[in-house]
Each structure stands twice: as structure tokens, then as C-alpha cells.
Write a protein that binds this ligand. Sequence first.
Ligand code: ZN
Length: 198
Amino acid sequence: MTHRYCPDCGAPCVEKVPEDDHKLRSVCTGCNAIHYVNPKVVVGCIVEAGDQLLLAKRNIEPALGRWTFPAGYLECLESCAEGAARETVEETEAKVEPLGLFAMLDIPHISQIYAVYRARLVGDHFAATPESSEVQLMGMDEIPWKDLAFPSVATSLRLYAEDRKSDSFRTHTGIVEWNGEGSRFDLEQYRLRDHLAR
Ligand SMILES: [Zn+2]
């Protein structure tokens, strides 16, 4: 059940398949509004500063204490690139110039889409924030692969490392999928299905 009460009129909702639809929806018993629930978009930046990347240690759950590039939920009324730059300021105080889309990853099992941009650090300021206990520039050989926050982050950085090695950055799409074995919290149990790069 996605909505117990109608956000429009406050009456109870029931779960049913509306006429001419094919999925269960929360439908208001008062005003008949159908409350659709759609995937969330996460936007983030792989921030480059010379040979280094800007990574942040999460100071909030989930994945408290694990490392990520700056990323968070897209807000209404902003573009993906704007949201990625905003999240970077909020999590690291770093100003960036987005350099274009690097990866768009589907994560259907948690109904999320990740839009990851390459970006360039503008100036040299960054700092810890309420959301990040540490913020650091790291060389590619310093990336804490075993301590990354999410499969989507690990997948993006792995693709980035490959492209960087061949010095040709592409735009990647694919589906981040648990392989059905071991723990869902183990980043090594994920694969990228239907990967395309161009
Ligand atoms: Zn209603």
C-alpha cells in the first residue's frame, strides 16, 4: 500500500487496479484520485581535480561511514546536471562544472535511476559537511573499493576507471542487478546487465 490516506482530501485510500490500467494503485475512496508512484532519480558527480577524484565519507544512513561520490535525489524544477552540482555543494562544499553525462544506470529492484555526470572541480575548496564526515581528493589507486556505499557507486567508478585507463570517456547505460547470491549488501554480488557504452 503506497498511500493509506489521500494527500489531496485526506480520505482513506484502497489498493485496486483502476479501469483501463494493469497495475495495483492507491485510489482515494473520497475524491477517486489515483496516486501513482514512480521511480526516483538520483543525480551525482564524479568530480575530477587533475588526476584525482573527490570522494565523501557518508555521515548519514544508509551506508554510514562508507565512501561515495556526491549524489542525491533530484529535486522538482531542476535539471539533472543542476541537481548533481547542487548535491556536490551540499555534501562537499565543492563548486563544480558538469562535463556531461557519464552513466545512466537503472536499478529497478529499488525503483531508482542514477544519472552520473563527470564534473570538474572549480577552485580548490571542499570540506566536510553535516552529510559527509570526510571529503578527500584521491588518486585512482586510493579509491576504497571495498568501502564504497552502494552498488551503483561502485559500478560507476569501475566504468570510470576503465575509461580513464583507455583515456576515452564514454556514456554508459545498463541495469545494476543483484546476481541472486550472497548478501544484497555485498557490492561484489552485483553485475551490470545490458551494458552499452558509446
Ligand atoms: Zn482524495
